[in-house]
Design a protein. Structure first.
Length: 107
């Protein structure tokens, strides 16, 4: 007998994300499309998972904050913008593409 196929999905399939920046900090918040997916987000989208995904572009830490009344997870990324918008030579000095990178995480 064959094992059942493994289902892989991207975070974007069940959630949306918004990002913001202040100096060299970036913040990305994830919200499920359906509140029923909140427990899955809490289980699978950890600070370690996000840190691994963002390792190529940030130099600092990732801290996760839960917003249960909004069904959201907010991640603060330090040393994430190469000095911030006015100092960075990056094409995306404000981290506006970080929400898209977050939503690329596989569940």
């Amino acid at each position: 007998p064959c094992a059942p196929p493994i289902s892989v999905m991207k975070l974007r399939d069940i959630a949306c994300a918004r990002e913001g920046d202040k100096t060299d900090l970036a913040n990305v918040c994830v919200f499920p499309h359906d509140e029923a997916d909140w427990p899955l987000l809490r289980e699978k989208i950890t600070a370690d998972v996000v840190a691994a995904k963002f390792a190529p572009v940030i130099k600092g830490t990732v801290t996760r904050y839960e917003l249960p009344n909004l069904f959201g997870l907010n991640f603060v990324l330090t040393a994430a913008l190469a000095g911030g918008n006015s100092r960075s030579l990056r094409v995306d000095g404000t981290g506006k593409s970080y929400a898209s990178l977050m939503l690329d995480i596989e569940l």
